[in-house]
Design a protein around this ligand. Structure first.
Ligand code: HEC
Ligand code: HEC
Ligand code: HEC
Ligand code: HEC
Length: 481
């Protein structure tokens, strides 16, 4: 049967998010506890669906960078979003398909921990993590299982599952009035995506499709038949592998397959729901959306008309103070561990042939007029901007708002290297040491291009207004545009 009720156009999600935003005043934040302590709320009259909410593929974006005011996302804006999309936790599922982070450095570890505490705070039913994240969770951070949402991995051997306290699947029965929907949630890792030998050795994986079928059979479900009373969801948390996806799409018992796309916006994959297999969707990237899938009450999973709505996390959703606290703690740890000064926490590139950074003030000695023009530009107080939003100890922000943080001899702290704070001359022109020694020698003009900082994410207006941006900082003769 074809699915006749897939809503995949932006006007619908806009409508939905506006509708949801309009309701923002009505709901109060309920304080959240661990999933086991959830109290069911009475069903809201307006909803006629069981609601499945999916997130994932965060690439470390706890919150948008704040470089412009039109950015979507933020884990702290989700409490209200979730409350509005799925007011009754007993009639909804909240799942994260992972991964949470995209790097292995110390900052990402701290972020990972913050993600886990936040997801628990938000009462996620379960999450799917990557092998690297599991190692981080159990070996580096040594978090106990009650400190985070349940983690599913369905194709790991039982002894490893136990060793890492993972669940092979989650079963949850959604309830609303007389309606019931049994859900089974699996998460698979693709062995072909685990390339690092130490991980492949550590995680002896079962072939995902075979493991999946075995688990279904053990639950008295035939993998080759559409289920009549159970909704089966599979999340793939390792990178997309087309072969594996294709194989999973052929399993009639599956209803929803969550894969990892590359677009920021959640997508409904083109195969839609074919006559046998599941509906394939992605969660979008960078934490900008929540994907809502609606399952009409009273429909059997067998002939269910699932609806699909990507919901943008915009600033109409207020921040949850409890999650803001978690993010503040994370920022406090970045400061406490002083990652920017720690030469080993961040890789630093060497400067060519013993060159060195001087600071813009030294340039003023010979280029006073230019220095004064620069002083009046926003580049000269980029660090104040970060201090103002309390992100001046966050390496990810400081890298673009100072000179040379990712280089030897670059910005490290206001105490040690105040002369390299802000987007100074040398961040565009390159280290000036050798130029000072020999001003008439060759001085490389482009160290960092405008677009390396003014990219799509941090300066979305740049592309269309390039001339205007350049004019604003011009300190060279008009003839040399
Ligand atoms: C001791 C004086 C002096 C200092 C200090 C100095 N410059 Fe210069 N700079 C010069 C002179 C002189 C020229 C012109 C050289 C020429 O035209 O041959 C020049 C040229 C330049 C040029 C143009 C290079 C070119 O190839 O056209 C840039 C860019 C520049 N300086 C940037 C800087 C920056 C950035 C600093 C600080 C890190 C700096 N200068 C510090 C004296 C100085
Ligand atoms: C190292 C990163 C970096 C590079 C390279 C860079 N910028 Fe910027 N730019 C910034 C930051 C950060 C700000 C915001 C400063 C603030 O307001 O605190 C900014 C702000 C600006 C603004 C002010 C925008 C406004 O609010 O009106 C202009 C104009 C601008 N940049 C132009 C340029 C141009 C043109 C180039 C290339 C020649 C360039 N920038 C290269 C980081 C950079
Ligand atoms: C890739 C480089 C880059 C990174 C990383 C970066 N910024 Fe920026 N930031 C910019 C640029 C470029 C601008 C200027 C944008 C414009 O005016 O078009 C800017 C502007 C800002 C502004 C000024 C906005 C305004 O309304 O004037 C704030 C605040 C800011 N950034 C905060 C942050 C924070 C917080 C982080 C870290 C989470 C961060 N930035 C990371 C490049 C960056
Ligand atoms: C945001 C990037 C950026 C910053 C910051 C910046 N410049 Fe430039 N600068 C440029 C660009 C772009 C040009 C034009 C290069 C060209 O014409 O080829 C330029 C040109 C110059 C020139 C050559 C002027 C001429 O007459 O041709 C000098 C000298 C210079 N800059 C010095 C400085 C000094 C000194 C500072 C700091 C006080 C500074 N710049 C800050 C991007 C920057």
């Amino acid at each position: 049967m074809m699915n006749g009720n897939i809503k995949n156009n932006s006007s619908i999600y806009l409508l939905l998010s506006t509708f949801v935003a309009a309701l923002s005043a009505v709901y109060v934040v309920t304080s959240c506890t661990h999933p086991t302590a959830i109290k069911c709320r009475p069903n809201q009259a307006s909803s006629e669906d069981f609601v499945l909410l999916f997130t994932g593929n965060w690439a470390g974006h706890l919150e948008p960078c704040g470089c412009t005011d039109v950015q979507l996302g933020g884990i702290d804006r989700r409490t209200q979003t979730i409350l509005k999309l799925a007011p009754d936790p007993c009639a909804s599922l909240l799942l994260d398909a992972g991964p949470l982070i995209d790097r292995q450095d110390r900052q990402s570890q701290l972020k990972f921990e913050t993600f886990l505490y936040s997801l628990r705070q938000l009462n996620y039913d379960a999450v799917s993590l990557t092998p690297q994240e599991i190692i981080l969770l159990r070996e580096n951070l040594a978090l106990a299982s009650d400190q985070h949402s349940p983690v599913i991995c369905s194709n790991l051997s039982p002894d490893l599952m136990e060793k890492y306290s993972l669940m092979p699947f989650l079963r949850k029965t959604l309830r609303c009035d007389k309606f019931r929907l049994d859900c089974l949630i699996f998460a698979l890792w693709d062995p072909r995506q685990i390339s690092e030998p130490h991980l492949a050795e550590k995680f002896l994986l079962q072939e995902p499709v075979a493991a999946m079928k075995e688990l279904l059979t053990a639950q008295n479900l035939s993998p080759d038949q559409p289920t009549t009373d159970t909704l089966v969801i599979v999340m793939l948390s390792t990178l997309n592998n087309d072969n594996l996806t294709q194989e999973l799409l052929q399993i009639p018992a599956l209803d929803v397959l969550v894969t990892r796309g590359s677009a920021e916006e959640p997508e409904l994959c083109p195969h839609g729901r074919n006559s046998h297999g599941p509906l394939e969707l992605t969660t979008g990237q960078l934490g900008k959306y929540i994907t809502r899938v609606g399952v009409p009450f009273g429909n059997s999973p067998h002939d269910m008309n699932l609806s699909f709505d990507p919901v943008a996390i915009d600033s109409a959703f207020p921040r949850d103070p409890a999650v803001v606290d978690l993010i503040d703690d994370y920022q406090a740890r970045l400061k406490l561990e002083n990652l920017i000064e720690d030469e080993f926490a961040i890789p630093r590139s060497p400067l060519s042939q013993g060159d060195r950074f001087l600071g813009s003030f030294v340039c003023a000695g010979c280029h006073l007029e230019i220095y004064e023009t620069w002083k009046k530009s926003n580049h000269s107080h980029a660090m104040d901007t970060l201090e103002h939003v309390k992100r001046n100890f966050d390496p990810e922000c400081v890298a673009c708002h100072t000179v040379g943080m990712k280089y030897e001899g670059g910005y490290r702290s206001m105490k040690k290297t105040a002369h390299l704070a802000n987007v100074g001359c040398e961040m565009c022109h390159g280290p000036g040491g050798r130029h000072l020694d020999n001003p008439s020698g060759d001085y490389r003009r482009f160290f960092t291009s405008c677009e390396q900082c003014h990219d799509h994410e941090n300066s979305p207006a740049f592309d269309a207004n390039r001339e205007e941006y350049i004019r604003k900082i011009q300190h060279w003769p008009d003839s040399r545009n």
